[in-house]
Ligand binder design. Structure first.
Ligand code: PLP
Length: 361
């Protein structure tokens, strides 16, 4: 038996073990084709059925009706930072953004590079991005309101989404898509790099409401237009076949093994509660996000000194608890509790944290 560790990596991150096993099992001969999934044509019926099933499962899990399409793109979530304003900003109208830290800030930066009329309508920069702003004034006639549903680096998450009236919500859901149930009705556009909570690196999941496709300007490069991919079932050119295949298996696991997004959310809430309850019960570790804005996915915390943080990360790894180092831009520690992270891993983490305090507190 190979020894697998409790994997708290922020992304690429843990994948469900049954998914990895299924990949292994059918790796050399995919569905009796005599070929690996890596070797078959993206134009084959076999691959088309994989991609279509991944899209259908996305629609079922997110409760998307016929007005929405699911696309599989490349370039990571980061390419969406420029594709969103290029495609969806209506000329002469403002685009509203909420700045909740690194990824949100990057999205704003790219919209500004394109000289769009960017309005940062709310920001949590004043308190080091430790919270989600509560008042979100959307300018009349805005093209969209862009938010980052979960802030992977700062450990904050929108609990309830802002009410933008008729303005479509656009959200970067890279680090919490498929982690909880939500009403998709206010959303015009959702994007997520798969490598946090939906699969491996190499594919970006995009959900677009059909009416937003009408905004796409004709004079954009082909590869940067949503209409190119929407009109060709994500296969204008070769899609990232293997990554799409793994995303499908992850979604199948959520639907058929976990039992849907409500059950997934319930599990995620229990995992996060275990760790936050412990953080709140002592004063050696200090959670960095304000309690009302805490993320269920990324739990960020500090120890009394950077030396202790380094020791914590070193010793946790020696006990097969991996990926607990905070993002290099903020330091500290972070436990990412994505869907594939089991309750028993979080229990091991809390038990390790208690022992660490006994020796170092
Ligand atoms: C990781 C992350 C990104 C960057 O994703 P890439 O696919 O590497 O471009 C963007 N937004 C959020 C919220 C993230 O967590």
């Amino acid at each position: 038996m190979t020894q697998r560790i409790a994997n708290f990596n922020p992304g690429p991150a843990a994948l469900p073990l049954p998914v990895l096993e299924e990949i292994q099992q059918e790796f050399l001969d995919f569905r009796s084709s005599g070929m690996s999934i890596l070797e078959i044509s993206h134009r084959s019926k076999l691959f088309e059925s994989v991609l279509n099933d991944a899209a259908e499962r996305t629609k079922r899990l997110l409760k998307l009706d016929h007005r929405y399409q699911v696309l599989f793109l490349q370039g990571g979530a980061s390419l969406q930072f420029c594709m969103v304003p290029m495609n969806l900003a209506i000329p002469g109208k403002p685009s509203a953004y909420v700045d909740t830290g690194t990824w949100a800030s990057n999205a704003i930066k790219e919209a500004r590079v394109l000289e769009k009329d960017v309005h940062v309508v709310a920001s949590s920069q004043d308190r080091e991005y430790t919270y989600i702003p509560s008042s979100i004034p959307v300018p009349p006639g805005a093209s969209y309101l862009h938010i980052t549903s979960n802030n992977t680096i700062r450990g904050t998450q929108w609990d309830r989404f802002p009410d933008a009236g008729d303005t479509p919500l656009v959200s970067d859901m890279s680090s919490d898509i498929f982690s909880r149930a939500f009403d998709p009705a206010p959303f015009g556009f959702i994007y997520a790099g798969a490598q946090k909570n939906a699969g491996p690196a190499g594919v970006t999941l995009v959900v677009i409401r059909n009416d937003l496709l009408e905004r796409v300007p004709a004079n954009l490069p082909t590869m940067l237009k949503y209409t190119t991919f929407a009109g060709k079932n994500s296969m204008y050119n070769t899609p990232p076949c293997f990554a799409v295949y793994v995303v499908r298996l992850v979604l199948k696991w959520i639907e058929e093994t976990v039992g849907g997004l409500e059950k997934m959310e319930n599990l995620n809430r229990r995992k996060a509660k275990l760790l936050y309850d412990y953080l709140d019960s002592q004063d050696f570790y200090r959670g960095t996000a304000e309690p009302g804005s805490r993320s269920l996915m990324n739990v960020t915390f500090r120890l009394p000194s950077e030396e202790l943080e380094q020791k914590f990360i070193r010793e946790s790894l020696a006990e097969s608890l991996g990926g607990l180092k905070g993002h290099r831009s903020v330091g500290g520690c972070r436990a990412s509790l994505y869907n594939a992270v089991g309750m028993e891993w979080v229990e091991s983490l809390v038990s390790f944290m208690k022992r660490f305090v006994e020796k170092n507190g």
